[in-house]
Each structure stands twice: as C-alpha cells, then as structure tokens.
Write a protein that binds this ligand. Structure first.
Ligand code: PGA
Length: 224
C-alpha cells in the first residue's frame, strides 16, 4: 500500500523528509539506503545542517553505481555522496557502504553487498529517487521483483552498465520513501501508484510493500 503526500513547495517536501529521517535514526542503530541524483541533493543539504543527528549509529548503504568506473571520477556516485553528504558529517568510515564501481569481480561484489546489508540487520529505510521510466535505483523496466544486488544493463544513461541493489533488496526494507519532483516525473508517479504491478514499471512493485510513502511536489503529483 502506497501513501501519497503531495506538497505545494519543494521546501515543504524536503523539510518533511528530513524530519522523517531524523525521527527514524533516533533508534540505537539504523541502516538506511540512500540515492544519488538531482532529487535528493536538497535532502542532503538539510541533513548536513542538522546537528541533532548522531551519525555514529547510522549505517549508510548507497543504492547503486555506474560500472565499471573509477570511484574518483568526478561524475561517480562515490564523489556525489562525498560532496553532498560525507565530507560535511562525521559518519565513521565503517558505517559507509557502497558497491565497488571498479571491482574485477562484480558478481562477488554484489553477493558481498547483500551479505553486508543482511549482517548489519537489514534495511530500516530505503530512500529512492524515481526514473522517468519508472526505475528505482538501477532496476530498469524488465527487472524481476525477485532481483537481489546485480549488474544492471542501463537505459538512457551515459554508462551501459551499473551495479545496483535489486527490487527484492529494496522491498525488504521496513520503510520505503520515494522522492519525486517536477512534471517529467508525473507519468512515472502515476504508473507506479495506479498502474499494473509488473516489470514494465519497476516502482509499481512498491504497491505490494506494507510501508511505502511517495513524497511529491505539485508537479510530480499532477496526474494522480
Ligand atoms: P534524478 O534521478 O533524481 O536525477 O531525477 C532519479 C533517477 O533516475 O533515479
């Protein structure tokens, strides 16, 4: 079942998600999966200013990365999260997890990532962006709902391949938050929430998750 919270302004939307984040991480230990992209940057901008967050009790798991790519490439997801979040906060190094974008053995890397999430106790929350084609993380249309972390063939991206947590990895999170803003996401939002649950829109699988909330601005929610 999907909860929908449409906001008039992006400021209200990001304030609400930042508030939710702070609430969730009050526990002794939390494991949160986080996205890259344009959509989450205003969330990170709020989190880095919030001095009440105790980062030492939080494990951050990145959802995906391009593959193969030097993590030091200025366009890598590693550099994105360094610049937008990590360099501004005191997250212990051991609490940060990202798929190794230049691994020689991607299958092994994916398997280890699943194990790292499991060994940490599973995801308390997954925060997701939404692709205009309905993708979540790098799970493009055609990806099975049973997928675990895997090598993904990308659609409409600069890179041909990526490494990504799977749809099953995401839907085992206790809580899922989807962020979508702007008119170009309205169709994907509609398909995800009201469309058939199938591989043509990977985000539609979230309809079967017990605690998913879409945080939308008025443009992204305009076709609902
Ligand atoms: P965006 O990307 O936040 O840059 O729009 C979302 C996505 O494609 O997953």
């Amino acid at each position: 079942m999907i909860n929908i919270v449409p906001y008039k302004t992006q400021d209200e939307l990001y304030d609400a998600v930042a508030h939710l984040f702070v609430e969730i991480v009050q526990k002794n230990k939390t494991n949160i999966a986080v996205p890259t992209g344009n959509t989450p940057t205003l969330l990170y901008a709020r989190l880095i200013k919030n001095s009440t967050i105790n980062w030492s009790t939080i494990n951050i798991f990145m959802l995906d990365c391009y593959y193969p790519q030097d993590p030091r490439d200025p366009e890598s997801f590693y550099m994105y999260i360094q610049n937008n979040l990590l360099r501004h906060i005191s997250l212990p190094e051991k609490n940060f997890h990202i798929l190794e974008s230049n691994t020689k053995d991607p299958a092994h890397e994916c398997k280890q990532y699943e194990e790292a999430i499991r060994n940490a106790g599973g995801l308390d929350m997954a925060i997701l962006g939404l692709g205009v084609n309905g993708h979540i993380a790098f799970n493009e249309p055609g990806t099975s709902s049973n997928s675990l972390t895997h090598v993904a063939k990308l659609q409409n991206q600069k890179f041909t391949y990526g490494l990504t947590v799977g749809i099953k990895t995401i839907t085992t999170a206790k809580k899922i938050v989807v962020l979508a803003t702007g008119k170009n996401k309205a169709e994907a939002v509609k398909n995800a929430i009201h469309g058939a649950v199938n591989e043509s829109c990977p985000a539609s699988f979230l309809q079967d998750h017990p605690d998913t909330t879409f945080f939308l601005d008025e443009y992204a929610s305009s076709l609902l």
